[in-house]
Design a binder for this molecule. Structure first.
Ligand code: PLP
Length: 390
């Protein structure tokens, strides 16, 4: 009989299965849970986008595409970049910034880490963090170095700079943030772009939640009212955006990365030998998706965010989440509970939330996803307040 243990590589042994999955297991035993744990929109893919993908399949667009992604999607992303980030010039316009269409932002992250990090390199990132960062960085042999951003979850030079060493290679940035929902200010975005330049670090900005930004601000140079991004201040970085959250296409696997040509070429080479290309029919649908107005959904999430803040603020320490669809309240100290213990109590009352340790080296807060119906959200929040008010 084969001994499977002999064939498990060292690089995966250290990786724990996602803590989120463990919560899902607990939640599976509930009859009618109030699920505030889901990291994706609660609306479906808009009909025209579905039709575009179905038509693409019917028209026979089912083969491999070129590795870098179809020309039409490159063009559409180019238009959007020209409007929002005129400081970037793509290679198609004679500049040095190039686009790679990826299988989700996750695909882009893996390629970026593989292409840009050597074993032993250090990657600075905010704690709390999107859980994938920690494991992908480790997978390529690099070391995550956490910036403690409690209690306000701001990534600032004063917090980052003391952690820079000769081994630091990359600075990971995520705004709007998963799990806190915090949106970095225009000033903090500029500061991170400047810091990366000063210390010669590669800044990687994961902006998958950029559409769900409830406090857009005018940019100093262009006056454009948009979600703050370090990409407004530098084109010497990797910028990642996606379709999963904006259009609820999480299962369709589409994202893109823009960055200096020399780096994108290396990532493209790796994509050729791994993902090959993003799904063909999804790329076609992605072109159309970028013209679909999602403002109604964004406004609905803003209202849900307001409900979360209104109901929780008196009971929990909560940094106002200005983006994504998450909030990250602190378990009140008077309860004497870790976040995991609090989450167990919540699940026993039918409310599924995620304990902070899944996203952090601490276990003091918990993540709420408010991507659910108003009715369920209201009931869930009332139960959480009740649990914290004993
Ligand atoms: N980045 C962040 C911060 C996320 O929260 C997620 C998904 O939850 C991803 C990337 C992965 O997105 P995609 O579906 O595009 O791979």
């Amino acid at each position: 009989m084969l001994n499977p243990d002999r064939f498990i590589a060292d690089r995966v042994r250290g990786i724990e299965a996602s803590g989120i999955r463990k919560v899902f297991e607990l939640a599976r035993q509930l009859k009618d849970p109030i699920n505030l744990s889901i990291g994706q929109p609660d609306f479906d893919v808009p009909e025209p986008i579905k039709q575009a993908a179905a038509n693409a399949i019917a028209r026979g667009l089912n083969s491999y595409t070129v590795t870098q992604g179809i020309a039409e999607l490159h063009q559409r992303i180019g238009q959007s970049m020209a409007r929002e980030l005129p400081n970037w010039t793509l290679t198609a316009q004679g500049g040095d910034s190039q686009v790679l269409i990826t299988s989700g932002v996750s695909g882009g992250l893996l390629l970026a880490f593989m292409a840009c990090l050597n074993p032993g390199d250090e990657v600075i990132l905010a704690d709390p963090y999107f859980v994938m960062y920690k494991h992908l960085v480790t997978l390529v042999g690099a070391r995550p170095v956490y910036v403690d951003t409690y209690p306000d979850f701001r990534l600032t030079p004063a917090r980052v700079e003391p952690l820079v060493t000769p081994r630091t290679r990359m600075l990971l940035f995520n705004s709007p943030s998963n799990p806190t929902g915090v949106v970095s200010s225009e000033a903090d975005c500029k500061a991170m772009a400047d810091l990366a330049k000063y210390h010669n670090l590669l800044l990687l900005s994961d902006e998958i939640y950029d559409e769900f930004c409830h406090e857009k601000t005018p940019r100093p140079h262009t006056g454009l009212v948009a979600c703050p991004t370090p990409a407004a201040y530098s084109d010497q970085m990797l910028l990642m955006r996606g379709f999963s959250k904006t259009y609820a296409m999480t299962g369709w696997r589409l994202g893109y990365v823009v960055g200096p040509r020399a780096l994108i070429e290396q990532m493209t080479k790796l994509q050729q030998y791994s993902f090959v290309c993003a799904p063909s029919m999804v790329q076609v649908a992605g072109v159309l998706a970028m013209d679909v107005d999602m403002s109604e959904h964004v406004a609905a999430y803003r209202r849900k965010r307001d409900m979360v803040v209104e109901k929780l603020s008196g009971t929990f320490d909560l940094v106002t989440p200005d983006g994504a669809f998450y909030a990250f309240p602190k378990v009140p100290q008077k309860l004497g509970l870790t976040a995991s213990q609090f989450v167990e109590k919540a699940i026993a009352r039918g409310v599924v939330i995620i304990p902070g340790h899944v996203f952090s080296e601490r276990d003091t807060h918990f993540r709420i996803s408010y991507a659910t119906s108003d009715e369920k959200l209201a009931r869930g929040l009332d139960i959480l307040v009740e649990l914290a008010s004993v």
